[in-house]
Design a protein around this ligand. Sequence first.
Ligand code: SF4
Ligand code: SF4
Length: 191
Amino acid sequence: MLESQIITKAIRIGAMIAYFKNITETVVAVIEGLSITFSYLVRKPSTIQYPDRIDRPVQDTLPRRYRGHLEVDMSICTNCKACERECPITCIAITDSEKPDKKRWMTRFDIDLAKCMYCGLCSEVCPTGAIRHSPEFEGACFNPASMVRRFVYEGNPVPPFKPKKVDDMEPDLAKRVEVGKEFMDLFAQPE
Ligand code: SF4
Ligand code: SF4
């Protein structure tokens, strides 16, 4: 009888030791965890509040081949529609109509940036570099419909660009052609 009492008492003492050991370990673990958390209160933050506390626009820090929002220089667009055909998810919509000069003037050139996956296929096939990626990436809005970028305004159709010798062009147009060529060269180069 005495022996069983001693065994029971030993078991109870063992259980109590394990109980307090658990409590001690838990308290130590909580203190360790919180000490790491609180240490961040006095450390220099490794994040920067955007966009208020940056010393220069993020757009200026992006690589030259960054694929941001698409833009189109309508003055060097030939209305070939290669970009529209190439887009795998039909983001681009171009319509035209024949004018008295027998040219097909563009009456619509829309790009739905809400659908765009920035694959760059449209700009790769453009023969003049008219459609190209800009470094712009901010597109937060309340309505996806406002992400449709229109490059031809209603009632203001745009004639197609007919490539000719740079010497025969207006200086402004020649400059635009040069910018388009630069973009094409840049995208044709490996990273
Ligand atoms: S970047 Fe890709 S998805 Fe976006 S419009 Fe061009 S081809 Fe379409
Ligand atoms: S943007 Fe380029 S590919 Fe698209 S219609 Fe104009 S010239 Fe053709």
